[in-house]
Design a binder for this molecule. Sequence first.
Ligand code: KIV
Ligand code: NA
Length: 264
Amino acid sequence: PKRVRAHHLRAMKERGEKIVALTAYDAVTSALLDAAGVDMLLVGDSIGNTMHGHDTTLPVTVEDMIPAARGVARAAGRAFVVVDLPFGSYESGPEQALATAVRFMKETGAHGVKLEGGERVVEQVRAISQAGIPVVGHLGYTPQSEHALGGPRVQGRDDAEQLLADARAIAGAGAIAVVLEMVPVPLAQRVTEALAVPTIGIGAGPGCDGQILVWTDMAGMGDWAPRFVKQYARLGEALREAAQTYAGEVRDGSFPAAEHGFDK
Ligand code: KIV
Ligand code: NA
């Protein structure tokens, strides 16, 4: 199947075709989600929470992201692969942001990067975009700022105009898409109508041009997920049951059986 590219995402918006996105953190999962026809795979800094056992995304480093992005990019034959710039790797200014983005492009095989923030990162978005690197924005609840925002909370209720200005600013600086996280449905709809580039929602209602979820939430790997998540499977339970059955069979001697051994 043909590779999804940045201009396809824009064309999908124009055609009213929804963009399907999920996170991925390794080659195994990337291959499965790519085969399912997911259009965009985000190597999210949510890897800190989902895979590395942190409470927040703040400790995630460039060195954490690189092997994850490599695995996802190698295994995805069709999806557009985007890597998050982690906290501390772009805030200092456009030079730092571009250096991190270039490193990700050279060392991972990903097709674009994502960063958090609006007007405050316009110069970063411009520098990355002008270097020929597709860059995705992220507005609303931005987890790297969770201590300033007071934890996961709906954003833009009292400052809708600021969020709209942020969206216009990063789109104007060259962002190819904007993730909207925990934004009221009518505001997400307004931003979607105001931008020529697609919006990709998470906890932002049905009016966005696309949707993203953290794959472990979507597939029910854990017992809990935020209210805006729908769980499409109970993979966590399935994995625990498989491991329990395996443990039982190893302990009672029924695995390995004759057919699992080599006669010579
Ligand atoms: O890191 C992440 O998983 C994200 C998505 C939730 C948009 O940024
Ligand atoms: Na992220």
